[in-house]
Design a protein around this ligand. Structure first.
Ligand SMILES: Nc1ncnc2c1ncn2[C@@H]1O[C@H](COP(=O)(O)OP(=O)(O)OP(=O)(O)O)[C@@H](O)[C@H]1O
Ligand SMILES: [Mg+2]
Length: 137
């Protein structure tokens, strides 16, 4: 972890969730997101972090600031070398879970963020990228 607006955190245990949440909150706060949006971003990051240690065991979260036209953004990437997702469309459906969970993590994260992409290969791993934007003042 270097500064607030970009960095990388290894994810292996529940306790890394605390560190990841703190980092995301710090980045979102310093980018000027509203309290509501900061909560949305932290919630999405929590779900994607949980998926890493639940399905892959270990992985990494990276984040950095974006700028596009009149908007500032925060991009978060969650990458692992776990089992991968065979059917991404199915995994994105609310209520689908391979682990007896609620199946709301991925669809919830998509709803809370502005953009989300999943790249995954069975046996190789999964990378989920999410972005949130706000208009510059
Ligand atoms: N990083 C990952 N690696 C492998 N499979 C994943 C990963 N993230 C999600 N999945 C798959 O996608 C499914 C849906 O994930 P989602 O987070 O929406 O629900 P869940 O984790 O099963 O339950 P919940 O998050 O509501 O507790 C998971 O059950 C799992 O099969
Ligand atoms: Mg989940």
């Amino acid at each position: 972890m270097t500064d607030l607006l970009e960095g990388e955190i290894g994810i292996a245990t529940e306790s890394d969730l605390v560190v990841a949440r703190k980092a995301v909150r710090g980045a979102a706060d310093s980018l000027g997101f509203s309290v509501t949006d900061v909560t949305r971003i932290v919630t999405a990051a929590s779900e994607l972090t949980r998926n890493i240690f639940r399905y892959a065991g270990t992985g990494v979260m990276r984040w950095h600031r974006l700028e596009r036209g009149g908007s500032l953004g925060l991009e978060l990437t969650f990458a692992d070398d776990g089992p991968g997702i065979g059917d991404i469309e199915q995994a994105m459906q609310a209520g689908f879970s391979s682990s007896g969970g609620l199946g709301l993590g991925l669809p919830g994260a998509k709803r809370l963020m502005d953009e989300m992409e999943i790249a995954s290969e069975v046996g190789k791993g999964t990378t989920v990228t999410v972005r949130k934007w706000r208009r510059k003042a």
